[in-house]
Design a binder for this molecule. Structure first.
Ligand SMILES: Cc1ncc(COP(=O)(O)O)c(C=O)c1O
Ligand SMILES: [Zn+2]
Length: 371
């Protein structure tokens, strides 16, 4: 018997945990891991937490997590805040936050005896999944848009994964991955759908609280496409709240690009017209139809958070200021969070004196290089 099941957050149906059940058979909603009250806690990095593994010995690590939380005074001045901290997620083994989720998702696959998987990605999740798959002896097929940055594709390849390059949008890439997985009967280990991926990213919340000596920040800002980090962080903060380790839930905010902003429109109660999508320098958040979109919106609302959209020129300006003013070289998708933070301060959503943490999700050298 395991200590968890997969649960539909919409209609509360429960399913036995495996790698192939991704959506509720009744209503199509992506599933979440739900633990028994007596679920054991396993050590991950320096923190213990419930994890979706039958045996703690199945855990997989390349040393992900325990990333630095550093003050960003130049950006704080630029956006109008007294206290701003960046959590440098690009210090993870493959250079992005995705390692947290991939470590747990691939450990679950290995524990279940899976030897081959399919994933689709704008690049970073593909690199993370490929690295952990390599470490587990699992063959990975990574579907990526033909426009994916060359460094990310090279990184996926050197980990031994097979790259399937797809002409068309990020969503066309996902469709091609689903079709390949179905036609070849290979498990679709999608970081967007998998209930296990956010179980990996929840360690982000444990670390932030620990690094702030037990006090949660007032605000946490994320660049959001599918919501893999935001949803995991929320799960982590909720566990800490339930066990009385923190007294308050931070307000979680999502930043998108004005080119692709389904969640921003969704927060305003509107349906985003996907035919208006254009290309953006923030490729990691260029997700036209996020599979967990409704869940992200519920999460933002539950925490009193919000969603804002930013322009490419402001993203690139923040990328430059982060590098020249702070010594932090982040990819454009990550810099978008700071451009969004500036709007949140202007709008009075984030107050000057509050403590704000921004997830600096990916390293600058992984993307198209700035001129
Ligand atoms: C660097 C970076 N930041 C943020 C994101 C957005 O993550 P999510 O789609 O899980 O919201 C991505 C996704 O690819 C990314 O590569
Ligand atoms: Zn359901």
């Amino acid at each position: 018997m395991t200590h968890f099941v997969l649960r539909c957050g919409r209609c509360d149906r429960r399913y036995a945990a495996d790698m192939t059940t991704l959506a509720c058979e009744h209503c199509g909603t992506p599933l979440d891991v739900a633990y028994d009250a007596s679920a054991p806690r396993y050590l991950r990095g320096r923190h213990d937490m419930p994890l979706p593994l039958a045996d703690p010995a199945s855990a997989l690590t390349l040393g992900e997590g325990d990333t630095p939380l550093v003050p960003l005074p130049a950006i704080a001045t630029e956006v109008g805040l007294d206290r701003l901290l960046g959590k440098l997620e690009f210090v993870n083994p493959t250079g992005s936050y995705k390692d947290r989720g991939a470590a747990v998702m691939i450990a679950v696959a290995r524990e279940q005896g899976i030897t081959e998987i399919v994933e689709d990605s704008s690049g970073n999740a593909g690199a993370a999944v490929s690295a952990y798959a390599a470490r587990s002896g699992i063959k990975a097929h990574i579907f990526a848009p033909a426009t994916a940055p060359a460094a990310k594709v090279a990184q996926i390849r050197i980990y031994g994964a097979e790259v399937h390059s797809i002409e068309g949008s990020r969503d066309d890439t996902a469709d091609a991955a689903v079709a390949y997985s179905r036609d070849n009967k290979i498990v679709y280990a999608s970081h967007a759908w998998s209930p296990y991926f956010p179980e990996g990213t929840k360690s982000f919340a444990y670390e932030v609280v620990d690094q702030l000596d037990g006090l949660p920040p007032d605000h946490v800002v994320f660049p959001v496409g599918n919501g893999g980090l935001l949803l995991g962080a929320y799960a982590g903060f909720r566990e800490l709240l339930e066990w009385g380790h923190i007294g308050d839930m931070p307000r979680l905010h999502a930043v998108q690009s004005q080119s692709v902003m389904p969640l921003v429109e969704g927060m305003a109660g509107r349906e985003w017209d996907s035919s208006t999508a254009t290309t953006t320098v923030a490729g990691g958040i260029s997700v036209v139809a996020p599979v967990r979109g409704a869940q992200v919106i519920d999460t933002l609302r539950a925490t009193g958070g919000s969603a804002v959209a930013v322009l490419d020129e402001d993203i690139l300006g923040m990328q430059r200021l982060l590098a020249s003013g702070e010594g932090v070289f982040a990819e454009p998708t990550s810099a978008a969070a700071f451009a969004g933070l500036k709007l949140l301060v202007w709008d009075g959503v984030v107050e000057r004196g509050g403590l704000t943490v921004v997830a600096v999700t990916g390293f600058g050298l992984k993307d198209k290089l700035p001129e």
